[in-house]
Design a protein around this ligand. Structure first.
Ligand code: NAP
Length: 269
């Protein structure tokens, strides 16, 4: 029996990238995964490859920007499979470029998917998590939850929001005697999934493999860690930023390539 046996896990944006890999690995470790994506074909491809490998998976369509659909989605999920034990809020988008040249629609969409949708889905599934003996909320944030990200300001803003939301909810659950529900916030630097194609990795922060990040996330869930930060340097950002005067921090951000890493962002398309 693994930690994940008999747990039902809902993952958003699981048609590609670390979402798909988490679904595969969690299923290998005995979980029943609900693979969701905004396109049916993407969710079904991941779920059927899990089933072919002997795992338990179902595909469902869920667009996390469509907040008004969440209640009906939960009802459909409950009817077909039952309540979930773990919610992994993984779906995310980024639109890089000089701030005013990126369409406002893309900036607002980034916030709607990465932050507002994540909070609304957590609200919808909150009772599932509190009613499970192993309830767990996992929010995929980013290393940019800690630093400003030039050429990606609304992405960073959305991920700062996710960190603030996660951390607040974790403390609130404790205050309310609901600490059987764990909250894990995941803050990785750049990962090689295509989402950030074109970026230049800053010093001391090499581009991570999806496998390494997913290994850390699964360990973080098993050990009910509040934070998963990759690579190591991310663990020290808060301390460095707090200790250094702003001009020194800005100089460091510039010379390590943090401030310019997004300048040549192309993304997947
Ligand atoms: N890659 C990195 O460097 C990096 C670093 C730190 C954090 N992260 C975070 O990690 C998470 C996963 O990203 P990834 O690297 O695995 O890239 P990815 O393969 O692009 O995964 C993002 C997923 O979110 C889905 N998505 C986008 N909008 C959605 C919506 N409205 N409703 C439902 N799903 C939606 C995408 O589906 P479509 O294919 O339909 O667009 C895609 O499957 C994201 O939250 C990202 O911000 C990534």
């Amino acid at each position: 029996m693994s930690y994940f046996s008999n747990l039902r896990i809902l993952i958003t944006g699981a048609g590609s990238g670390i979402g798909a890999l988490m679904a595969e690995q969690l299923a290998q470790q005995g979980a029943e995964v609900i693979v969701t994506a905004r396109r049916k074909a993407a969710a079904e491809a991941v779920a059927s490859s899990i089933r072919d490998a002997g795992g338990r998976a179902a595909a469902m369509v869920l667009d996390v920007s469509k907040l008004g659909t969440f209640t009906a989605f939960r009802e459909r999920l409950h009817k077909a499979h039952g309540p979930v034990d773990i919610l992994i809020n993984n779906a995310g988008v980024v639109f890089g470029g000089e701030f005013e040249k990126v369409d406002l629609k893309e900036h607002l969409n980034t916030f709607q998917i990465n932050a507002t949708g994540l909070m609304a889905l957590t609200h919808t599934f909150f009772n599932d998590l509190t009613q499970s003996r192993q309830g767990h909320l996992v929010n995929i944030a980013s290393a940019s939850s800690y630093v400003g990200l030039p050429y990606g300001s609304t992405y960073a803003a959305s991920k700062w929001a996710v960190l603030g939301f996660s951390e607040s909810l974790r403390l609130e659950l404790k205050e309310r005697g609901l600490e059987h529900v764990a909250v894990t916030t995941v803050c990785p630097s750049y990962i090689d999934t295509g989402m950030f194609d074109g970026v230049r990795a800053p010093l001391l922060s090499p581009i991570l493999s999806p496998e390494k990040v997913v290994r850390s996330v699964l360990r973080g869930i098993r050990e009910r860690e509040p934070l998963v930060q990759e690579p190591m340097i991310v663990k020290h950002i808060d301390l460095m930023k707090g200790a250094l005067p702003t001009p020194v921090w800005d100089f460091l951000a510039k010379t390590t390539g943090m401030s310019t890493s997004m300048k040549k962002w192309k993304g997947k398309h």
